[in-house]
Ligand binder design. Structure first.
Ligand code: FRU
Length: 492
């Protein structure tokens, strides 16, 4: 039975969705049907289709009244909206259906697990918003919340842990049919830990172990954990809040880091920490295992620090990243755009060994929905080599390579933003044989930069006017480049 609150959201979405023109949205990055979007949720493959849910406030372009919006796709590029899946319509989730995950079960059911937030008055009269974990069973459209909700509560926490910061379950099923879930928890002192739970039926859960904790380092509360094997190593992905930068790493405030190590079925041993994105707009990613064995990641292409600038008159706000395939190279987790995108490449334009002058413009190289592959070959005297995108009028977004310092600088200061904060990021890169390869995916309102084989990525949202789609190359000193450009044409 769908509640009146869920029906209202579904009707509102269906009505409002039609008032947003296709060209007002990105071509292939998922936005909410209408209203606000934050984290991706419930990313899973169910009955031969990819399902992607998202934190949604259908009624506003700002966070609030958190529902789960829903979309599906056969190729992770073209998305079809489905009716909202969850509304905050129960006492235990009245303050929001927060982030969570999904799993396709062998018996044909689609299981969702999420955080319900409930406002309570404590014995001492103070108000608190308790967080507890809930489940819902569905068929790909309608989801029934379980009678035993919430299924994981403060009573299941290790001693001292906070009952108001216990959220974002990422669940999966083991080959023997039992379930595991990792949960984000505040230890009670503002620092983060990830808890591993086990269940036979997704209703009764027991704590297995504390997988890892920040110990006052690596930020405060760790949000949105994910835990999976990649090759022969184990990855614990977390989104730490309020994390200090170090060198060129971790500049996002709220960051995304991969803790890399080994797992013996109970305990995790961390050996390495990796920053997962060097842009300004990336947070709370979630992965899924595709039927062909690919580990695919999708993130929120925004960040809590960058989401206050909403263009005037916007009917939706926020988008998710392009799904990315994860693999290893040179000891790092690399991210590549999902290969399905290549089916939408049209109008190939290629240049080889172009000598870059002060300002080089190449016929046919422009666009705001493109896949642009570049090979940069600076000579020893080259001080910098710059790519200017989304150019025209007073706008441009630049990626500048300083070969002497092995550094890239991304600058979106002139990309349509009307608030003056930090709009730049620097990335330490490692060219191979003196050349640096870049792949830039542009989709009307964003740039996703992939360095080398995806050793580093940088995601940024742009609000440059649509017609400003020029591209120029600049250099000081001698440099040659190869350019390969495709338009990405995705019919709505
Ligand atoms: C991460 C997050 C999650 C929470 C959700 C609420 O961006 O803060 O921890 O579940 O957003 O919308």
């Amino acid at each position: 039975m769908t509640s009146a609150m869920l029906n209202r959201a579904r009707e509102y979405e269906a009505q409002q969705q039609k008032t947003i023109l296709p060209r007002q949205r990105p071509g292939f990055h998922l936005t909410g049907a209408v209203g606000w979007v934050n984290d991706p949720n419930g990313f899973s493959f169910y009955q031969n289709e990819y399902h992607l849910f998202y934190q949604s406030n259908p009624y506003d372009v700002h966070w609030g009244s958190i529902h789960w919006g829903h979309a599906k796709s056969t190729d992770l590029v073209r998305w079809e909206y489905l009716p909202a899946a969850l509304a905050p319509d129960m006492p235990y989730d009245a303050m929001g259906c927060f982030s969570g995950s999904g799993a396709a079960l062998p018996d044909g059911r689609h299981l969702l697990m999420y955080t319900g937030v409930e406002r309570v008055t404590r014995a001492d009269g103070t108000q608190a918003e308790l967080q507890a974990q809930c489940i819902a069973w569905g068929d790909g459209i309608n989801y029934e919340k379980d009678e035993s909700n919430p299924v994981l509560t403060a009573a299941d926490l290790p001693e001292g842990a906070s009952d108001t910061d216990f959220r974002d379950p990422k669940l999966w099923q083991e080959p023997d049919g039992s379930f595991r879930a990792v949960l984000a928890s505040d230890r009670g002192d503002g620092s983060g830990q990830v808890l591993l739970y086990r269940s036979d039926d997704a209703r009764a859960w027991e704590l297995v172990s504390v997988l890892d904790q920040s110990n006052g380092k690596l930020g405060g509360m760790w949000e949105c954990p994910d835990f999976f094997p990649l090759g022969d190593r184990q990855v614990l992905l977390v989104s730490p809040m309020n994390m200090e930068p170090s060198g060129l790493e971790f500049h996002a405030g709220n960051n995304v880091i991969a803790l890399i190590g080994s797992f013996d079925g109970r305990n995790f041993h961390r050996e390495q920490v990796q920053n997962m994105d060097y842009g300004l707009d990336f947070y709370a990613p979630q992965t899924m295992l595709a039927p062909d064995g690919r580990r695919i990641l999708v993130g929120w292409m925004q960040n809590w620090a960058t989401c206050s600038f909403v263009p005037a008159g916007a009917k939706y706000f926020g988008q998710l990243t392009l799904p990315r395939e994860l693999h290893w190279h040179r000891g790092r987790i690399c991210q590549q755009p999902i290969r399905e995108l290549e089916a939408y490449r049209k109008n190939r334009v290629v240049y080889q060994n172009v000598f870059v002058e002060r300002e080089t413009v190449l016929a046919g190289i422009r666009g705001s929905m493109i896949d642009l592959l570049l090979t940069l070959r600076p000579e020893p005297d080259c001080a910098f080599l710059q790519i200017a995108l989304r150019q025209g009028g007073c706008h441009e977004t630049t990626v500048t390579y300083f070969p002497g310092e092995q550094r890239l600088c991304l600058d979106r200061s002139r990309s349509g933003y009307r608030f003056d904060v930090v709009h730049t990021r620097e990335i330490a890169v490692q060219p191979e044989d003196g050349t640096l390869k870049l792949r830039l995916i542009l989709d009307r309102f964003s740039l996703e930069l992939f360095v080398g084989r995806g050793e580093q990525t940088a995601s940024v949202v742009l609000f440059t006017p649509e017609q400003e789609d020029g591209i120029a190359f600049r250099a000081r000193g001698n440099a040659e480049i190869d350019v390969e450009k495709y338009d990405l044409i995705i019919e709505p």
